[in-house]
Design a protein around this ligand. Structure first.
Ligand code: WTA
Length: 651
């Protein structure tokens, strides 16, 4: 990335130091964690591993680093489900609520740590009775119901790595993942509720299993109570198996480097990558980051990560991190606009949520819906807000801070990836002075640097984000493909992990994530980040959301095409398009001005809420859009939507 691009990135100058009353009660309120980590970063992680987790056998070896292969705490043994469940019950906290669960139709369940222990142990015995042994892979394709974390923890208890496939994925996507992992058992449900309709998980699962050879049994949770096809002998009901199962199951002594799970993520090729996460290092990383980034006070906080467990955010910050720390969390099954656009705020009020963690795309949707929905509920218990998944534009950050956080709550913008396992770049809310739109600084013990095209460190300015030291939650590889692991992450810059993100370091040393480098456009030799144009567009209060792509252009190499949705009461006129083009030109420079602005009612998104830019790019390149503002052709938008629904794997 050239300097010019980065120079042009939105200059946000407001700063937000930790409020005094927040700092006073914070677990970290000065730079001592950073200092400790800088003095001895490996020793720091060893200290956290011992302090935060319970080990069956302590470790002597902290790190074996044979770049790019890391082994953390290698000779230690532990069990993840023991750490997440048993030890809290043994310490007398069995009655504490682990999850307040709310189904979309309004049904609720309270799951205590003692309940979890009972169910996890029973289900672990169920898995054993179905022939699952230590090391066997188990596929999971479920809605957001308590049985999902129970199934994951039961796998961890007996040492069977799980592969959770998000319930919004198609049968084809599920099939590919089952085949790649050679899974022995599949756990699913009849369906789950989403926008008042039942998602047909069991039907999809049956479809997926055609053409797979390794699945011996399918366990089916009854959730929607719809009639579903049942294959005699292969398929078993969860509730029937659980009734018969013994509630005692000793946790396996697992090696710290034993595989805990696989989670598939899309790369640049069509074949998804099975990202491998192991036991001791991963749990240390997610427990540490969950505790300090969210300033968790487990006795008083009610924590809600409103992601889906099917993505890494849910694995690390709904299941493993919060449970390792003995937190009380909220899980919600369904859609944020069912039955009304205030559903999340109704839930936050009802359970007294104190910490909320969600994605910028959700925040921008709430902005679009209007402030009356959060305003109709009492959100005064909230004390901390988090953001994850994509760059958050300063306007959305400030809206979140003001309208959800009431101007009281620090906002932690957390950068990380499926591959990193846990948060890497983020404020510590009692320590860090925030800048809206910046993930601020690498966490203690994390080595992150920006480099230029030649791999030289950039002290101030823009380039590629790299990680310079191994970290305990790091991926241990791509399942079955060590070469691809080296090639994808470790070959671009010698000795560095290449994250695939562009990043700018400002004059104060703050990190500003600029989006994937594959989303960077080149206009007449100027590099422009899609993020920076989007950020300028959504800075206009009439704009709800914007997605920008670089489309091939004969003269300029690429041309900037912007898809824009406006707020409810705003009219999308040619005049507005012109104004927006000019305002971007003003903020970024003329080369950053979109050639075309297309107003649409909606942007195509994956089920996890990411805008499908590649699809928009295809659409932009397939049509002669002209050098003007264009109202989206409804047929094009229909097509965009149809394809968006069909290809959630384009995440
Ligand atoms: C992007 C999600 C800017 C980034 C946890 C990364 C972010 C990719 C942020 C990983 C953030 C995630 N600011 N960009 N705070 N968080 N990203 O694997 O491009 O679904 O590489 O993991 O999301 O997405 P993934």
């Amino acid at each position: 990335m050239t300097e010019a691009t980065i120079e042009a990135y939105y200059l946000e100058d407001r700063t937000f130091p930790p409020p005094d009353d927040f700092r006073k009660q914070a677990l970290a309120s000065d730079d001592s964690l950073y200092k400790e980590a800088e003095a001895d970063w490996q020793g720091f992680w060893a200290h956290q591993a011992r302090e935060l987790l319970t080990w069956f056998d302590d470790f002597e070896s902290v790190l074996e680093w044979d770049l790019p292969f890391a082994k953390w705490f290698q000779d230690g043994t532990l069990n993840v489900s023991y750490n997440c469940v048993d030890r809290h019950v043994e310490a007398g906290r069995g009655d504490k609520v682990a999850y307040y669960w709310e189904g979309e139709p309004g049904d609720t369940r309270e799951v205590t740590y003692a309940d979890l222990l009972d169910e996890v142990s029973r289900f672990a015995n169920v898995l054993k009775s179905l022939g699952v042994q230590r090391g066997d892979r188990v596929a999971i394709y479920m809605p957001m119901i308590p049985e999902l974390p129970v199934a994951m923890l039961a796998c961890a208890r007996i040492g069977a790595p799980h592969s959770v496939v998000f319930g919004g994925f198609s049968a084809d996507a599920l099939r590919g993942r089952i085949i790649d992992a050679e899974a022995k058992v599949l756990i699913t449900a009849d369906g789950g509720w989403r926008r008042g309709a039942a998602v047909p998980l069991k039907v999809n699962a049956d479809d997926a299993l055609e053409g797979t050879e390794t699945i011996e049994h399918v366990v089916v949770v009854r959730r929607t109570e719809e009639d579903v096809p049942f294959t005699e002998g292969r398929d078993r009901w969860w509730h029937e198996l659980m009734q018969e199962a013994d509630a005692d199951c000793a946790p396996e002594r697992m090696g710290a480097e034993d595989l805990l799970y696989l989670l598939y993520t899309s790369g640049t090729t069509a074949k998804p990558k099975g990202i491998m996460h192991t036991t001791g290092g991963y749990l240390t990383h997610v427990a540490f980051t969950h505790k300090y980034v969210f300033d968790l006070h487990p006795d008083t906080d009610v924590y809600w990560c409103a992601a889906d467990i099917g993505w890494v955010t849910g694995h690390s910050y709904i299941v493993y991190g919060p449970l390792a720390n003995g937190a009380t969390s909220v899980i919600y099954e369904g859609s944020p606009d069912t039955p009304g656009k205030d559903r999340l705020w109704a839930i936050a009020e009802k359970y007294g949520v104190t910490i909320l963690y969600t994605a910028p795309t959700a925040i921008r949707t709430f902005m679009k819906w209007g402030t009356e929905f959060p305003e109709s509920h009492d959100l005064s218990k909230l004390r901390l807000l988090g953001s994850v998944g994509e760059p958050i534009n300063p306007e959305a950050w400030v809206w979140y801070w003001q309208h959800i956080g009431g101007g009281r709550c620090p906002v932690v913008d957390t950068w990380w990836q499926t591959e990193t396992g846990g948060i890497m770049i983020s404020p510590l809310p009692g320590v860090t002075t925030l800048k809206p739109g910046s993930a601020t600084f690498p966490l203690p013990a994390i080595g992150a640097e920006v480099v230029d095209d030649n791999g030289n460190k950039v002290e101030r300015g823009g380039g590629y984000l790299t990680l310079t030291r191994p970290w305990p939650g790091m991926l241990r590889g791509i399942y079955g493909d060590p070469e691809r692991y080296k090639e994808t992450y470790w070959s671009r810059f010698e000795g560095r992990y290449f994250a695939g993100d562009g990043c700018k370091i400002d004059d104060d040393g703050y990190f500003w994530l600029l989006g994937r480098v594959d989303d960077v456009m080149n206009i007449s030799g100027h590099r422009v980040s899609t993020t920076e144009v989007e950020s300028s567009l959504v800075d206009d209060s009439r704009v709800a959301e914007a997605a920008v792509v670089g489309a091939k252009d004969e003269t300029t190499g690429q041309a900037i095409i912007a898809y824009v949705t406006v707020r409810g009461n705003v009219e999308a006129t040619d005049g507005l398009g012109e104004e927006l083009r000019e305002s971007v030109a003003k903020k970024i420079g003329k080369f950053g001005r979109p050639k075309t602005i297309i107003f649409t009612d909606d942007l195509p998104k994956t089920r996890s809420g990411k805008i499908m830019r590649r699809l928009l790019k295809d659409v932009a390149e397939g049509r002669d859009l002209g050098d003007t503002t264009t109202l989206a052709d409804p047929a094009v938008v229909d097509e965009i939507k149809r394809r968006a629904e069909q290809s959630p794997q384009e995440d």
